[in-house]
Design a protein. Structure first.
Length: 365
């Protein structure tokens, strides 16, 4: 009994001391969840995905390069005693009339300012206006005066109409179109492409400036009736005394007349191609032309008192020589002073300002 008890005690003591310890369970580290857990329907918790990659910094895309127009057409207010409705800018295309050397427009702007001419219609001659557009705008950038550019027809009508698109803020008319010389001499205003051109001008609120002879007067009357929305400017010493002209001015409200110096002086600004010879001729004939110019002008003013304009028709470099230009203005001042008072300012300035409303200069951007 005693032996049995001792044996059990020995087994118990040795068995407990030899038992291995049970290791504590490892604690698993869970990554930190920085977003709140979303509780799904049914009480389940949706654990957001853990993005262990390093965040990529946002890199701003470069802004697109926008090319600015090199010039802006800026509207200007016309001020002065005279508004010239007939001048030519032909130097760009080296397209001179009668072999004349063309003037630089900076010279023209200078004599305009000195002689009280606030604005001028400018017939811009170019065989490729898309190519010459910047050159024109650079030339017409003097801020002291305003310009009303017209696109002169030197190529086919389709090219002119195509060139106008995209330049709507820079051109106010088409012309001058010369039916008194060159390939158009003796042709009809009703021939192609002129009906299309008249319609295009009317739709785009552009003036048409034409120089016709007596051969085209009947054509003109029909075209004015057919295209009543097209405003037509006319000039030319060949028709200034034709009674049909006064009648058409009275009847057709879309007809305008430029009674400019070349018209008044029977084209001698072109017939004579020398400064000194012209000044000598004008000195000898000045008084006679003052009388005849007033006589020719008054019936036209009475027929259309708000649609007859003053102008110069300068194109040659010597036309804008200060000695010549100042004499032309002196002649014009004396003519205007001789008119009935109600016509003076209208003829010299106000009619043109009302007709064109805006003039522009081109600012470099």
């Amino acid at each position: 009994m005693i032996k049995t008890f001792l044996l059990l005690l020995i087994l118990l003591l040795f068995g407990c001391s030899s038992a291995q310890k049970v290791p504590e369970p490892a604690v698993l580290e869970t990554p930190e969840i920085k977003q709140p857990a979303e509780v799904m329907p049914g009480g389940q918790i949706a654990v957001p995905e853990i993005n262990e990659s390093k965040p990529v910094e946002n890199i701003a895309a470069p802004e697109p390069v926008v090319l600015k127009e090199p010039y802006t057409a800026k509207k200007v207010e016309c001020n002065g005693k005279f508004f010239d409705t007939h001048s030519h800018f032909e130097a760009m295309a080296n397209h001179g009339s009668f072999g004349m050397e063309n003037f630089e427009f900076s010279d023209f702007a200078s004599v305009m300012k000195e002689n009280g001419v606030g604005c001028s219609v400018v017939f811009v001659a170019s065989f490729d206006m898309d190519k010459d557009f910047d050159s024109m705008r650079d030339s017409l950038s003097d801020p002291g005066v305003g310009y009303v550019p017209f696109m002169e027809v030197l190529s086919d009508a389709d090219a002119v109409m195509q060139s106008y698109m995209g330049k709507e803020d820079s051109f106010f008319g088409i012309g001058e179109v010369a039916f008194y010389m060159g390939p158009l001499k003796g042709t009809s205003l009703e021939d192609d492409p002129w009906p299309e051109m008249f319609e295009f001008a009317g739709k785009n609120k552009l003036f048409m400036m034409i120089h016709i002879t007596e051969l085209q007067l009947d054509d003109l009357e029909r075209m004015l009736s057919r295209y009543p929305d097209t405003k037509v400017m006319l000039h030319g010493y060949e028709i200034k005394n034709n009674p049909t002209l006064a009648r058409l001015l009275k009847e057709k409200k879309n007809l305008y007349w430029t009674h400019d110096l070349a018209t008044m002086l029977d084209g001698y600004m072109y017939r004579i191609q020398d400064k000194d010879q012209f000044l000598q001729w004008l000195g000898s004939n000045r008084q006679g032309y003052l009388v005849s110019s007033k006589k020719d002008l008054l019936p036209l003013l009475e027929a259309a008192p708000d649609r007859v304009f003053w102008g110069t028709d300068v194109v040659a470099d010597w036309h804008v020589d200060p000695a010549v230009y100042s004499r032309l203005i002196d002649f014009s001042n004396d003519l205007v002073a001789s008119l009935p008072e109600e016509h003076r300012d209208n003829y010299a300035f106000a009619n043109a300002k009302r007709a064109f409303a805006d003039a522009v200069v081109f600012e470099k951007n």
